[in-house]
Design a protein around this ligand. Structure first.
Ligand code: DQA
Length: 168
């Protein structure tokens, strides 16, 4: 069956099919998000990170994009992954978790990217302790979603797919 994203090119007298690469969205999760499902379920819900990833994978197939997930409890590892995202990623969805409130280094790494960035928080950080009200990245991201539970990742992915298709 002909895929919508396939293009045809002429080669040696024949029409040959050229597979168009799907745009890739990277999803980064910060510290303690590996414990989703077990960690403070009243705040963060009962879905595990694995389930969240499976849902995003499913959505990405429908949206005609590719999605790659990365989680780390280490600031330096997150910065390394953000730097790598500069090559080959069409957009970044990031929940820096506690680093949102502390990491100038993650902010600086994000400033080097030239793709849309959507910040996601599972909980509504503005309804919580005052030290969570300030995110050091919100003013440099394309958009922020906070308080939609893990559904926020899916919303961010759909928005990202729209943004990317508008910019192609
Ligand atoms: C969080 C909110 C942060 O304040 C907290 O440190 C997290 C998760 C959220 O998704 O709601 O770890 O980013």
């Amino acid at each position: 069956m002909k895929n919508k994203s396939d293009k045809f090119a002429r080669g040696k007298g024949d029409l040959i099919k050229v597979k168009k690469q799907k745009p890739k969205i990277l999803v980064i999760h910060g510290p303690n998000l590996n414990l989703l499902g077990k960690r403070e379920p009243d705040l963060y819900g009962e879905k595990t990170l694995e389930t969240v990833h499976e849902e995003l994978e499913k959505d990405s197939r429908r949206l005609g994009i590719e999605v790659e997930m990365f989680q780390s409890n280490h600031e330096g590892a997150i910065i390394d992954r953000i730097q790598e995202a500069g090559e080959g990623c069409a957009g970044l969805i990031i929940n820096p978790a506690a680093f949102s409130h502390t990491s100038i280094a993650i902010r600086d790494a994000l400033l080097c990217l030239d793709v849309p960035i959507v910040e996601v928080h599972i909980s509504n950080i503005y309804k919580r302790e005052p030290f969570r009200h300030r995110s050091l990245i919100s003013d440099i991201t394309t958009a922020t979603l906070s308080g939609f539970g893990t559904e926020g990742y899916r919303m961010a992915l759909r928005a990202m797919a729209d943004m990317i298709s508008e910019s192609i």
